[in-house]
Ligand binder design. Structure first.
Ligand SMILES: Nc1ncnc2c1ncn2[C@@H]1O[C@H](COP(=O)(O)OP(=O)(O)OP(=O)(O)O)[C@@H](O)[C@H]1O
Ligand SMILES: [Mg+2]
Length: 424
């Protein structure tokens, strides 16, 4: 390749689209066992022609996003289509995110479009549309496996009645097929286990027909490394990345239930950070991603962990207290005593030309900030000086990013530090 054409293409990427959110790799480096388990369970059922309602549920972990729920569902349904096709069984996967299609008609529309069935959905009763779907599947001698992603949002909204949900999910019972074969199956994907109690409450009969439940946990650093490595191999030049940089990203986001400094286990955030580092390197015309690019990508993402709206809503003295704590965390780390925070804050307040608040008010502010989750407090065990409250920044709050944000908000409010005694 001539140097000219290389410059035109950049030195970093070979294929950007593998970093797209909706890209599903053709093999899963992690969760392959879960995928196999699901596939092994489905294949014999479809080969025999299932004769009852069978619902499968994939659910995640409370508060954890980007852990591969959607990817696993899409991967499995795609692989099933491929595998069953080799056995002469036609299965068409249909993917619907019900968060964006929150009514029965919108869901039916998604199924009808996904299966290329020619029936007007608008103005037709749902049961008739479902009949048309099951009839078509019967005449075509084929199956549909419908993924309903973000399923919990359907249960939490009142746009779909319990009757509608039953009609859809128990279509086999509602519209018994001519040959006794259930051709319309559902794979439900949901955020966390709470979906089970929502189901028990609204559609207990469907809940009791869940044949298989799979709970996905956030990814560990090792798992994230495997995912990152696969994507780097697929989308980046071999010379543009190194194992150690991928490790750095994987360790930053990797989840562990021991150890306070663990990440949230999100493959999405890890992949975005890799992409961002790659973009930074490419934009600079560099030949390879360097550690500085990775650090910048990680800290950009960390800023999104800082609740900007909340910070902007705070009063100046609360901001100054937070800044004092952040600076102490940066310079010495660990738990801080109330006394040292207070004196750092007083110094800062004076630097900004403000009279520091008195002890009671200071304490009240700290309490409010602790309630917001930005700060953590604990009472020290009785020492020589008696009990005192210890303070630190919440473990998931990145001090560097926090300081940048605070300084800029305080700058907006005050115009910056002033000499002592200058106008207030
Ligand atoms: N096992 C895996 N192998 C390869 N890539 C993965 C894997 N798991 C997740 N990813 C990638 O991580 C990103 C996020 O995954 P996905 O969207 O499936 O997560 P999710 O759990 O559905 O997230 P959300 O909670 O936001 O719905 C996607 O880009 C996906 O390709
Ligand atoms: Mg998802």
């Amino acid at each position: 390749m001539s140097p000219g054409s290389e410059a035109l293409q950049g030195h970093i990427f070979t294929d950007r689209k593998v970093f797209d959110e909706t890209y599903v790799p053709s093999t899963l480096p992690v969760r392959d066992r879960e995928a196999d388990m699901l596939i092994m369970r489905y294949v014999p059922r479809f080969l025999q022609g299932p004769g009852s309602t069978d619902v499968t549920l994939i659910y995640g972990t409370i508060g954890k996003v980007g852990i591969g729920k959607t990817t696993l569902a899409r991967f499995v349904t795609g692989k099933l289509q491929e595998l069953l096709g080799k056995h002469g069984v036609m299965l068409r996967p249909v993917y619907i995110n019900v968060y964006g299609a929150p009514s029965l008609h919108q869901i039916l529309n998604g199924i009808v479009n996904g299966l290329n069935i020619n029936v007007p959905v608008r103005g037709t009763a749902a049961i008739e549309v479902l009949k048309a779907i099951t009839d078509t599947l019967y005449y075509r001698d084929s199956y549909a496996l419908v993924v309903l992603d973000e399923f919990q949002s359907l249960l939490m909204s009142n746009r779909v009645s319990d009757e509608d949900l039953y009609m859809l999910l128990r279509v086999y019972e509602e519209i018994p097929p001519k040959d006794g074969v259930n051709r319309l199956g559902f794979l439900l994907v949901s955020q966390d286990f709470r979906v089970l109690s929502y189901m028990r409450e609204r559609i207990p009969q469907v809940e009791s027909q869940i044949g298989f439940k799979l709970n996905l946990k956030p990814y560990t650093a090792e798992e994230l490394y495997a995912i990152l490595e696969q994507r780097a191999t697929l989308g980046l030049r071999e010379t543009a990345w190194s194992e150690s940089l991928l490790r750095m990203i994987a360790e930053y986001y990797g989840y562990s239930d021991k150890g306070a400094s663990s990440g949230d286990g999100s493959a999405r955030r890890a992949l975005l950070a890799l992409r961002m580092a790659a973009e930074l390197a490419e934009a600079e015309g560099a030949y390879a991603i360097a550690e500085t690019h990775v650090r910048r990508a990680l800290s950009n993402d960390a800023i999104s962990n800082v609740p900007l709206e909340y910070i902007r809503s705070l009063g100046l003295h609360q901001l100054l207290i937070l800044l004092a704590i952040t600076m102490l965390v940066q310079s010495k780390g660990g738990w801080l005593s109330t006394g040292e925070v207070k004196s750092e804050y007083e110094e800062l307040a004076r630097a900004y030309g403000e009279e520091p608040r008195r002890h009671t008010q200071f304490y009240e502010y700290v309490r409010e900030l602790a309630n917001s989750g930005l700060l953590e407090t604990k009472v020290s065990s009785a020492g020589l000086k008696g009990r005192t409250t210890l303070i630190r920044l919440g473990a998931d709050v990145p001090a560097d990013a926090m300081r940048e944000v605070l300084e800029s908000v305080i700058m907006d409010r005050t115009g910056g530090p002033k000499l002592r005694g200058a106008h207030t």
